[in-house]
Design a protein around this ligand. Structure first.
Ligand SMILES: [Zn+2]
Length: 143
């Protein structure tokens, strides 16, 4: 009984962690896109500057500024895209972990589709059925 409610609390905190991670991933993706846009804008400014050197004064400076913007934008993009892939790995770990333990003995199940737990022999039902069992447990433990 106590193990069940503890497992449930663990699942809830995992859900909260996933929600937080999703929020961070959204932010990271936005920053990554911002960096890429800055990089592209920098390239455009730089090309515009360098291609008009014989025509307009200060064009060289404009081109250099464009290059700097492009470099900074690219660094920002690279940083956030690396961060994002780290979040993806974390998310995959959480998703894998929360899906693996056997509901009966709590042992981590090996990869692949199993109809039963190889450790204790419990048949592995769908999540919906397990949740229904939790609800029934709640009903019986209520005063
Ligand atoms: Zn088991």
């Amino acid at each position: 009984m106590a193990r069940y409610s503890m497992e449930r609390a663990l699942n809830l905190s995992e859900a909260a962690r996933i929600a937080l991670l999703q929020e961070m991933m959204k932010d990271t993706k936005r920053n990554e896109r911002g960096g890429l846009l800055a990089c592209l804008a920098g390239v455009v400014v730089s090309v515009a500057g360098f291609s008009t050197i014989p025509l307009v004064s200060n064009s060289f400076e404009l081109g250099v500024v464009g290059l700097v913007i492009a470099a900074v934008g690219f660094a920002v993009y690279l940083h956030y895209s690396r961060l994002y892939s780290r979040f993806v790995v974390q998310m995959a770990k959480i998703a894998f972990k929360s899906a693996t333990p056997c509901p009966q003995c709590g042992k981590e199940l090996p990869e692949g589709e199993f109809g039963f737990c190889p450790f204790c022999g419990t048949s592995l039902k769908s999540e919906g059925v397990i949740q229904q069992e939790f609800l029934e447990e709640d009903a019986t433990t209520l005063p």
